[in-house]
Design a binder for this molecule. Structure first.
Ligand SMILES: NC(=O)c1ccc[n+]([C@@H]2O[C@H](COP(=O)([O-])OP(=O)(O)OC[C@H]3O[C@@H](n4cnc5c(N)ncnc54)[C@H](OP(=O)(O)O)[C@@H]3O)[C@@H](O)[C@H]2O)c1
Length: 326
């Protein structure tokens, strides 16, 4: 089979190789062999492949790719939930999705809802699991609350908008381009603001009648935390899912009078039970049509280096980038 390998963490960029004639992974008693139809490209891949994400200890050579969708081709003797030909999607901390076949533990695999394509299935796991972890597990959002998704036009932000809308929250989102703002609106935001405009903090406060917002999902916390403190309501929760570039600046004094909570969100800390709860919610949302994964630019396996280099650059296509395979 064909597979991508990270062969070294040499800086400034990692070394990626696409290898042919790699043996297919072996099937153990509790594993499922999946032929990948589409693999998800996540913003964290760049750091993983550069050896800068220490929460998933891997050493080269390894095949990256945290999530994807495809068809079951073989199952181990102890596997009960799957059979060959089943359409599935998956997330595995052990990675391996940037390949034609991946062997996954049965618990890591889910049936792909019939309503969506393999390409959409590759968008499902990391963005929606992260959004659920932020809004439900960590944010404990309640119906009727106002949530600001800061950085709503990325894959995680769009998943947050859809999940927040499906929970009957009032959704405010930010994006810096006209196309991004349009997409954020189409995916559930009641109001959209430009995070590059100096006026967005005042505008968001005005949109919440001066009280501030109950929850903020923050993708660029080092840049935005000071503004978040200003935009938070009394007792508000700032859900930190991303740091962004640069160092945190300013004072935390504003936290005290409003008793604001800054809450860390880390998918790496979610348990299998957390994942199962989130997957059940996500799949019922997909079936109901309230959660609709947005596919971005599609690459071939041979173009993985380009795909990874493009992470963080201005996007030519919005939605989550994927590697599509026949
Ligand atoms: N904690 C976890 O477990 C976990 C899991 C998965 C992902 N993440 C993190 O979640 C974040 C989003 O992931 P993603 O895949 O959706 O990334 P992405 O595709 O890079 O999207 C990033 C978003 O940030 C926005 N942005 C850029 N500058 C901004 C600013 N100054 N203020 C607010 N937003 C700004 C972009 O909007 P424009 O392009 O419109 O400017 C875009 O919507 C990343 O930081 C990623 O590392 C965390």
């Amino acid at each position: 089979m064909k597979a991508v390998y990270v062969t070294s963490f040499e800086q400034p960029s990692c070394r990626l190789e696409v290898r042919d004639n790699v043996p297919k992974p072996e099937v153990g008693p509790d594993t499922v062999l999946v032929k990948i139809k589409a693999a998800g490209i996540n913003s964290i891949d760049k750091r993983i492949m550069g050896g800068q994400f220490f929460h998933l200890p891997v050493k080269p050579p390894f095949t990256p790719g945290l999530d994807g969708a495809g068809v079951v081709v073989e199952v181990g003797s102890d596997v009960t939930r799957f059979k060959p030909q089943d359409r599935v999607y998956a997330h595995s901390k052990k990675m391996g999705h940037f390949a034609e076949y991946v062997s996954l533990r049965e618990v890591e695999v889910r049936h792909l809802p019939t309503e969506i394509s393999f390409e959409q299935g590759a968008v499902l796991a990391i963005p929606y699991l992260t959004a659920y972890r932020a809004i439900v597990n960590r944010g404990k959002a309640k119906k009727g609350e106002t949530i600001l998704i800061h950085g709503a036009s990325g894959p995680v932000g769009l998943a947050c908008c859809q999940i927040a809308r499906s929970l009957d929250l009032r959704v405010l989102g930010t994006a810096s381009t006209a196309e991004g703002q349009q997409l954020v609106k189409e995916n559930g935001a009641d109001l959209v603001f430009n995070h590059k405009s100096p006026d967005h903090i005042t505008q968001i406060l005005d949109a919440s009648d001066g009280k501030g917002v109950d929850l903020i999902v923050e993708t660029n916390s080092s840049l935005n935390l000071q503004g978040d403190i200003k935009m938070s309501a009394k007792g508000g929760r700032i859900l930190v899912i991303g740091n962004g570039p640069g160092q945190l600046q300013g004072s935390l004094a504003g936290l005290m009078p409003k008793e604001i909570n800054i809450v860390g969100v880390g998918l790496v800390s979610a348990t299998q039970d957390n994942h199962n709860e989130a997957y059940t919610f996500i799949e019922s949302g997909v079936k109901a049509g309230s959660l609709v994964p947005v596919v971005g630019r599609q690459y071939d396996l041979d173009d993985t280096t380009e795909a990874i280099e493009n992470l963080g650059k201005p996007k030519t296509t919005l939605g989550k980038p994927i590697i599509a395979m026949s």
